[in-house]
Design a protein around this ligand. Sequence first.
Ligand SMILES: Nc1ncnc2c1ncn2[C@@H]1O[C@H](COP(=O)(O)OP(=O)(O)OP(=O)(O)O)[C@@H](O)[C@H]1O
Length: 362
Amino acid sequence: MALSKETVLATLQSVEVPGGGTAISRDLVRALAVQDGVVRFVLEGAPQPELEAMRPTLETAIKALPEVTSVTVVVPAGAPRGFGGTAQQSQQRGPAIGGHPKPQQGPQKVPGVKKIIAVGSGKGGVGKSTVASNLAVALTRAGKKVGLLDADIYGPSLPRMMGASKRPASPDGQTILPLQAHGVTLMSVGLMLKESEAVIWRGPMLMGAMQQMLFQVKWDEYGPLDVLLIDLPPGTGDVQLTLCQKTELDGAIIVSTPQDVALLDAKKAIDMFQRLKTPIHGLVENMSSYVCPNCGHEAHLFGHGGVAAEAKALGLPFLGALPVDLDVRLAGDAGTPIAASEGPAAEGYAALAQGLVDRDLI
Ligand SMILES: Nc1ncnc2c1ncn2[C@@H]1O[C@H](COP(=O)(O)OP(=O)(O)OP(=O)(O)O)[C@@H](O)[C@H]1O
């Protein structure tokens, strides 16, 4: 009888590996290929020395199968640290982030959260995280209990923008306790990983991480949330899809600059949400205009009014225009969003927040 994938998986499941458990129970096996007696797979999801230590055990076990002619087990160089491990290890260093998504029946509510709103953009660098962090603070100032999840796995900037850098605690090695900054309950993949780790993840790892960020984080740690804002990565990839499939998403806000290239990508993001049946709560034009602080001249660096026009054409609400403002950038870099201060920029965000509250979206 020809060697099957199931036989190899069953063998891997039966062998205890150094560090405890099996490579299957610890979700360490990726890209298993079995063909004509040749077995190949990748070991990923635990510290590299641990993976190297278990490689010979696994190779020996697979080679012992009668139909096997060769075995190749690959441990990628620089495998992420801090994933996987036994329950005891994971309790010591906090929960493992990333891994295959767990089976789940349909979209589920996130415990302790009334509404979930995604903040997305098509293009990167248009100010999505700036808008998400400031909107979170403005909504908090308007009396709402707000959570903010940084799902921008490839460039998590919310810890810096919100002035939070502590690694979240996990008393039982499973539940993750979010941080609190400027009155906002905050969690970011960036707080759980070393800077270079997430960028090497493939789709399933990203999807697993998203699922954990939604369901393993104790979002009501500081009281039940009226809304959880999710800062998405730019584009229309695995994170966006996971979010729409795993949770009951109440709506999405799309941020764009008025520039044609940004708008083109924003339309793709809108199309994706519409196809996934997520209501679009509205569009925000960021970097809409620039008023020279010296002479008062108003310039339109990236064009002007394009997002409002697009919203009208698509029959979607236009939520507001936010100018290019040096203070907005400096405040973000300093870890205190401008919405936490007084002045015209903070008022712009307060108006954006109030508009959402008035329409009963939050
Ligand atoms: N209205 C604004 N005025 C001045 N600077 C801004 C404004 N909006 C965003 N910025 C600055 O532009 C840069 C990019 O913004 P931000 O990180 O919010 O964009 P993003 O769309 O989330 O990017 P990414 O694609 O990396 O997630 C940041 O340095 C931010 O401070």
